[in-house]
Ligand binder design. Structure first.
Ligand code: GDP
Ligand code: MG
Length: 166
């Protein structure tokens, strides 16, 4: 099994933290500041059974200038070239226009899109279901994974799922 997986989501939801956890090295640049990850950074997850190349997609956000537009196009072309897309949101944050904009763009993506609800360590379990349902009402995700990139919850389940899909 081998393939390419892209990760997308608005700034600060935990994309770099997640990549660093599964890749076991500090490859992607982590920062509490928005927009630190400007270039896509590939990391390769390898076991005896699988090789997954992860792509840390630069943020898709409503274009304000030509550079934004260029970055959006680059991100979208990345999403159409991979085998699966991980769309990450944060469980402790309200869905915003940024998330809706990304889901709108994802409508053009034919590959399976998985919803990763990250930072579940910050919310009460009872508050999770409404969040999941809100996102699912706007996009037909292949599957939903509530995770914590810092604590590691459900990350193995997600990796197993990806392995089985590739
Ligand atoms: P990115 O912009 O999407 O790449 O987000 P980062 O990986 O840089 O993370 C942004 C902030 O969220 C950092 O301060 C991380 O430590 C924090 N963070 C990431 N994942 C989790 C998580 O699962 N739980 C909690 N509590 N914080 C997280
Ligand atoms: Mg990042």
């Amino acid at each position: 099994h081998s393939g390419f997986v892209a990760i997308i989501g608005r700034p600060n939801v935990g994309k770099s933290t997640f990549m660093n956890r599964i890749l076991g090295e500090k490859i992607a640049i982590m920062s509490p500041k928005a927009q630190t990850t400007r270039n896509k950074i590939n990391g390769i997850y390898t076991t005896d059974d699988v090789q997954i190349v992860f792509v840390d997609t630069p943020g898709i956000h409503k274009p304000k200038n030509e550079l934004d537009e260029y970055m959006d196009k680059a991100a979208l072309s990345t999403l159409n070239q991979v085998d699966a897309v991980l769309f990450m949101v944060a469980a402790d944050e309200k869905m915003g226009p940024g998330d809706q904009y990304i889901m709108h763009q994802l409508a053009e993506v034919k590959q399976p899109v998985y919803l990763l609800i990250n930072k579940i360590d910050l919310v009460h379990p009872d508050d999770l279901l409404p969040v999941i349902e809100q996102y699912q009402s706007l996009y037909n995700f292949a599957e939903v994974f509530p995770i914590s990139a810092t604590m590691g919850n459900n990350v193995d389940d997600l990796l197993k799922k990806l392995e089985s899909q590739l």
